[in-house]
Design a protein around this ligand. Structure first.
Ligand code: ADP
Ligand code: MG
Length: 254
């Protein structure tokens, strides 16, 4: 945060639903190698902004670039291929597959390896082996190794969140985006999840963490951006944001 080195820069990002302006962000920067948290009361527009930036919703206006490359107009899968990945909640179909297959599918879903593999079986086999190794390594890291053969639906709420995070890491992203990864997680597991997020940052990854509960992200964020009614109303280091009167008002007013 000391020397600006943005990995993501957005400007003039707008999205309305009927007469409601859900997002109207003039400027947003995420600095490389930080945990940047996007916070704000419920309905502030956090998830909408998240969906826009990751290519899962269309803006009315705005542009943004990631590692110097223009992303606006790109669909979600292409955005992921640029190294900017988001987590997804496990769908019903995924809960019926094993933990390991969930990981392997995450590796494929975001690239054209299967397609290439149909022409180059030998290269495909090697890729498949590397994917398995990476999957098992990540499962070990998130304490899910022993569960690799279990159906994902049998995992606890907290383990599901870990699996969602592990899946996102299959493609070796440079930035991972999490939308309320602690929602519904047992408080005992929250610290463990926060610990994993901090380690990702310590290894050089950039993390954009979306959360409505300010207390959750205070301790681990390098920088906080506060959204209210679609607009950035404050940003700064955690201690400065916490005492900012506009931020306090936005939270009390919600
Ligand atoms: P947050 O994630 O900060 O709680 P959201 O981005 O989910 O907020 O929502 C911001 C605003 O946009 C809310 O008023 C919400 O009702 C509205 N909104 C979000 N998605 C849609 C949609 N698909 N259609 C209509 N309104 C929406
Ligand atoms: Mg939300």
């Amino acid at each position: 945060v000391d020397k600006p080195d943005p990995i993501l820069r957005a400007s003039g990002v707008r999205r309305s639903f009927g007469g409601l302006t859900a997002v109207n962000v003039q400027n947003l920067e995420v600095q490389r190698g930080t945990i940047t948290s996007l916070i704000g009361p419920n309905g502030a527009g956090k998830s909408t902004l998240f969906n826009l930036l990751t290519g899962f919703d269309r803006v009315d206006a705005g542009r943004w670039e990631f590692r110097g490359k223009k992303l606006n107009g790109m669909g979600g899968h292409r955005v992921a291929r640029q190294g900017m990945v988001r987590t997804f909640q496990l769908t019903k179909a995924l809960t019926r597959m094993t933990v390991l297959d969930n990981m392997l599918l995450a590796a494929q879903g975001q690239s054209g390896e299967r397609f290439l593999g149909s022409f180059l079986p030998f290269a495909w086999q090697r890729q498949e082996r590397e994917n398995r190794e990476r999957a098992m390594e990540l499962l070990r890291r998130f304490n899910l190794e022993a569960m690799h053969g279990e159906i994902a639906g049998s995992l606890s709420g907290g383990q599901r969140k870990l699996l969602e995070m592990a899946r996102a890491l299959m493609v070796e992203p440079s930035m991972v985006m999490l939308d309320e990864p602690m929602a519904g997680v047992n408080p005992a597991l929250v610290q463990s999840l926060l610990g994993h997020i901090t380690s990702l940052r310590d290894e050089g990854m950039t993390v954009l963490f979306v959360e409505h509960d300010m207390d959750v992200i205070m301790g681990i964020s390098d920088w906080i951006v506060v959204l209210a009614q679609g607009e950035v109303i404050a940003e700064g280091r955690p201690e400065d944001v916490r005492s900012n009167s506009a931020v306090i008002d936005a939270y009390l007013g919600a």
